[in-house]
Design a protein around this ligand. Sequence first.
Ligand code: CA2
Length: 142
Amino acid sequence: MKKIAILNGPNLDRLGKREPEIYGSATLAELEAALRAEFAQKAALEFFQSNHEGELIDRIAKLADSKVDGIVINGGALTHTSVALRDALLGAHVPAVEVHISNIYKREEFRHTSLTAPACAAVITGLGLEGYHAAVRFLLKT
Ligand code: CA2
């Protein structure tokens, strides 16, 4: 069974608790439950959220060492700022899909640039939480 890690960056622990008009009303725990329900028997899912850039980088390195099969990453605002996160993904040599709940291209201009996207096989933006499901489905087929 393939092992897929789902990583969420800064402030995504607030999902469902603030700004439902942008990010919806489901919590991160509900997202995890929905993914576990869809992929039970199909994938071994591992979840990690951190508000700290270094913790995300450390986790990516550990996942690479443990030969994870794929990474789904919503880097939150680090997407737009973090060369270090991009380097961690590039160095991991693990297929990754970047997910954004909102459509970053319909929002402020500073969100239109993703530093991490070039380190990923694909980017899904604006599908809401369905983007995470689509990302796992894709990674299971690669
Ligand atoms: O649309 C996305 O998924 C984002 O990655 C979310 C980031 C934002 O900085 C990116 O530009 C796009 C922000 C995550 C904050 O999430 C919250 C969720 C609920 C309440 C407050 C923040």
